[in-house]
Write a protein that binds this ligand. Structure first.
Ligand code: ANZ
Ligand code: ZN
Length: 822
């Protein structure tokens, strides 16, 4: 018997498939489409890890299964190739970021090929390649034309030693991650995308994505953070042209306001304190607060600190003087950056007022005539009725929320409004290794977009990487240009785009990856979008998935794509653990997929990963599990080899076996087809699909010598076909050894015969009111409920009881069913 030699077999078939272009995208539009997509990797230089191996194995089963089920399938791959590590390699080791990245891309691509994943490599893309980023720029210009890209001053994290803006993630305890100097906030002109314009649609769309995990949808909802409430304007003598407006979800507590707080960054603060005794202290406080992170400022445990500005606002309804404070717990970028303080009914306000001795005035009590204790020991945040609130006394507070907002609206002192936590997307990065923002600054024309026909704005090579400044500013050939509008000397934008932009549209590019004139055509997008199954990590639950949804909606509005939601179904795969911990370099518990492939072959690695857990759960690595998968493949191998002779001859099919082992094997085979089909196609539970196949293998081993050979042969062939999506190489080899023409991956997926599933059957009579009306064949082991259900569902009986009420159904097992109806 020939031995199973995975390395040799896998190498052979990978090459053969490539030569035959087996995985080239099928464009036959008479077939339904299926777009299977895995998140593309970041080519970090560390190569393929087990997390990658897991996503790609899952995606490949999905793609192969759909192809065998008669779909034309798009299953592409690429690389998310811009980003800071390449630039750091340049700064620290003097390596060119482009060369560094390209060689990593090449490496990961080779490693992906070793898995045997069925990608259409003709559609490969790398986001750092000019032929790709040309169109990232093109899309930026589209956003600009549509008023969705704009430049404004913003406070950003700034490292004075590195001379660069830092992302929030690069600030650790207020210090620069690279040089440890104290990070400050600097006001800079930055580019933004107006994602807030789409806040409502981004929320609404989530309701149309039932095949996304609830958790991810909840995280997005939370991130968008819709909040309904009221604006209330308070006039202030220090700035009589501009009132201080607050956002509150509780306008019902308006009469309980005893102070106000504005954020340290609030633009009115300098005017409020100007010339007052408090001025110097407040300005110093503001500088200090600017350094605190948002988390430090807003967590419930965090110390709330504030200072009185010396200014007073006028209460819009009572006219009372309300002191204005600045405090760390109010954020500038939520609501209006100012709040009204109601210590009696808000916990944070209660803490703050208690600390600074501000008055606490209860205006909601549990019920009329049931006042709260004086003094209050904690904020009363429950519902109740209003008190000490003028004409509103006695009104239930929920009603007062609306009524007070209405009154404010009538008096032009505010009104009902909706606020979102979502902020516009700051996309400027003072970094080299990203897509240059295609804008030019001219002294006479201002900011001028680069004309589309001049794209791409290429990254220059004559730059200095010293870690002290944006390398693009060191290239004269890049910076110095002429104005596209007036032809005078002008300056190029040196910021590059956040790399999340690159990945916000790559799934669209795959539909038309070779197009040199456009990012893709509307026709090609219509042919493939939306992605039917998107597989990736939960770490992208908000950022990447939200940005991609935003991009899709904008391009939908521009008429470029046919759908406004990009990913129909989302599968977030669990982590790969070893000894209970996530595999990671720092834990020293990493198992490399390449080692496993080298030792056992890719088929074993795939099988283990798919069998060990459902895809959305964490998976515990186990060496014995890998061994087990390897043994199973060998078991299948020997089973087929043992029956080699069967495939050399024509065995006449005897017709359906009526009894005995042959009938039983046939039943097992159809049951396996049914189970595997629904577990892959409906539930993505590959582990239980594989278990079912293992049972079939047991059944085949137990099948006696003397029993029907035609049934055996059919079952062996079916086994190989069912295994093909999971272990593509060995099944191809076995298929060939069975003397089959063509690839097993081009075979139609088997269908099951409902009749064959029935164990053993008896014929029973179906009566209506005691008269035999029909006959029914049921399984001998069918339950009463099943028999009753089947009896009621037959066409004859249905017709006869139509319009009648079934009063009772009597089942005599193995004999009859009597339906009492009138
Ligand atoms: C008065 C009040 C009374 C409030 C009360 C709550 C309870 P959500 O639901 O998250 O939208 N707030 C508004 N803007 C803020 C900012 N920039 N920084 C910090 N806090 C801010 O919360 C809205 C509530 O959070 C608002 O309603 C405001 O406090 C506070 F019994 O106003 B409330
Ligand atoms: Zn100009």
């Amino acid at each position: 018997m020939r031995e199973y030699t995975p390395k040799e077999i896998e190498r052979k078939w990978q090459q053969a498939w490539q030569e035959a272009r087996l995985h080239h995208t099928d464009e036959d539009e008479s077939k339904p489409k299926y777009y299977a997509l895995e998140q593309f990797p970041y080519p970090s230089g560390e190569g393929l890890h087990m997390g990658h191996m897991r996503v790609y194995s899952i995606g490949d089963v999905v793609a192969r299964f759909r192809r065998m089920n008669g779909y034309r399938v798009l299953h592409p791959m690429g690389a998310d190739a811009f980003g800071l590590p390449a630039e750091n390699a340049a700064i620290n080791r003097g390596i060119n970021p482009r060369e560094w990245t390209l060689s990593n891309m090449e490496r990961i691509r080779k490693e992906q090929a070793l898995i045997g994943a069925s990608y259409d490599w003709d559609r490969y893309l790398g986001t750092c390649l000019p032929e790709y980023y040309k169109f990232t720029q093109w899309l930026f210009l589209l956003f600009y034309e549509r008023g969705l890209a704009y430049r404004k001053k913003a406070f950003v994290n700034w490292c004075p030693d590195c001379n660069t803006v830092l992302a929030n993630e690069q600030v650790e305890d207020g210090k620069c991650w690279r040089c440890d100097s104290e990070v400050t906030k600097k006001e800079l002109e930055q580019w933004f995308l107006r994602i807030t314009d789409y806040a409502e649609r981004l929320l609404e769309g989530l309701d149309r994505l039932p095949d996304w995990p609830d958790k991810v949808r909840a995280m997005q909802r939370n991130w968008i953070g819709k909040s309904e409430g009221a604006h209330v304007t308070f006039t202030v003598p220090e700035c009589d042209d501009e009132p201080v407006t607050v956002f509150t979800t509780r306008p019902d507590t308006l009469f309980g306001v005893t102070y106000m707080v504005v954020a340290p960054e609030h633009p009115l603060v300098p005017r409020l304190v100007k010339g007052k005794e408090t001025e110097a202290d407040v300005l110093a406080f503001i500088e200090q607060m600017k350094k605190q992170s948002e988390i430090e400022r807003t967590s419930t445990e965090a110390e709330k600190v504030g200072l009185f500005t010396g200014a007073y606002a006028k209460h819009p309804l009572t006219g009372e003087k309300v002191p204005i404070w600045v405090a760390n717990y109010v954020l500038m970028d939520y609501g209006t950056g100012a709040v009204m303080g109601v210590p009696a009914h808000d916990e944070r306000d209660f803490q703050f007022a208690s600390k600074y001795g501000l008055p606490i005035k209860a205006v909601i009590q549990p019920a009329a005539g049931e006042p709260l204790p004086e003094p209050l020991t904690e904020a009363y945040t429950e519902d109740g009725v209003l008190t000490r609130s003028g004409d509103f006394d006695g009104m239930p507070n929920r009603q007062a929320v609306k009524e007070i907002a209405k009154l404010l609206e009538e008096r032009k002192q505010g009104g009902w409004t909706t606020t979102y936590r979502l902020r516009d997307w700051l996309i400027s990065r003072q970094r080299y290794w990203g897509t240059p923002i295609p804008m030019i600054y001219c002294d006479s024309c201002g900011a001028v977009p680069v004309p589309k026909e001049q794209l791409p704005v290429m990254l220059p090579e004559d730059v200095v990487f010293d870690g002290k400044r944006n390398p693009l500013t060191t290239s004269d050939t890049f910076v110095q240009t002429t104005c596209p509008r007036c032809g005078n000397k002008a300056r190029r934008e040196t910021d590059t785009m956040d790399t999340f932009i690159d990945s916000s549209w790559y799934f669209m590019r795959y539909t038309d990856a070779q197009n040199e004139d456009e990012p893709f055509t509307p026709e090609s997008a219509a042919k493939w979008l939306p992605v039917d199954e998107y597989i990736g990590g939960i770490e992208h639950a908000v950022l990447h998935l939200l940005y991609s949804r935003f991009f899709t909606k904008v391009l939908y509005d521009a008429g470029l794509v046919p759908v406004d939601e990009p990913f129909n179904s989302l599968l977030t795969q669990g982590m790969v653990l070893k000894d209970g911990f996530k595999m990671s370099k720092s834990k020293g518990n990493v198992v490399s997929p390449l080692e496993i492939i080298e030792k056992y072959g890719a088929d074993t690695a795939r099988l283990f990963i798919l069998f060990a857990a459902p895809p959305d759960r964490d998976l515990e690595w186990s060496d014995s599990g890998v061994e087990g998968s390897y043994r199973f493949i060998n078991r299948v191998w020997r089973l087929i080899a043992q029956h080699e002779a069967l495939f050399a001859q024509d065995i006449p099919v005897q017709g359906e076996p009526q009894s005995g082992e042959a009938k039983e094997l046939r039943r097992l085979m159809h049951q396996t087809i049914k189970k595997v089909t629904s577990e892959i196609g409906e539930r993505s539970h590959f582990n239980t699909a594989i278990s079912a196949i293992m049972e079939l293998v047991n059944g085949l081993y137990a099948y006696p010598e003397h029993a029907d050979r035609a049934v055996l042969k059919e079952a062996l062939e079916t086994l190989v076909v069912l295994l093909a999506p999971f272990v593509p190489h060995v099944t191809e080899e076995l298929w060939q050894s069975m003397g089959k023409e063509g690839s097993v991956h081009r075979v139609d997926w088997p269908t099951y015969d409902e009749q064959a599933l029935v164990l053993d059957e008896v014929e029973i009579a179906v009566q209506i009111n005691g008269k035999v009306r029909d006959k029914l064949v049921v399984a001998t082991d069918a339950s009463r409920e099943e028999v009753e259900k089947q009896a009621l569902e037959t066409e004859r009986i249905q017709a006869l009881i139509e319009g009648k009420t079934v009063r009772k159904v009597i089942v005599v097992p193995g004999k009859l069913v009597n339906i009492v109806a009138n």
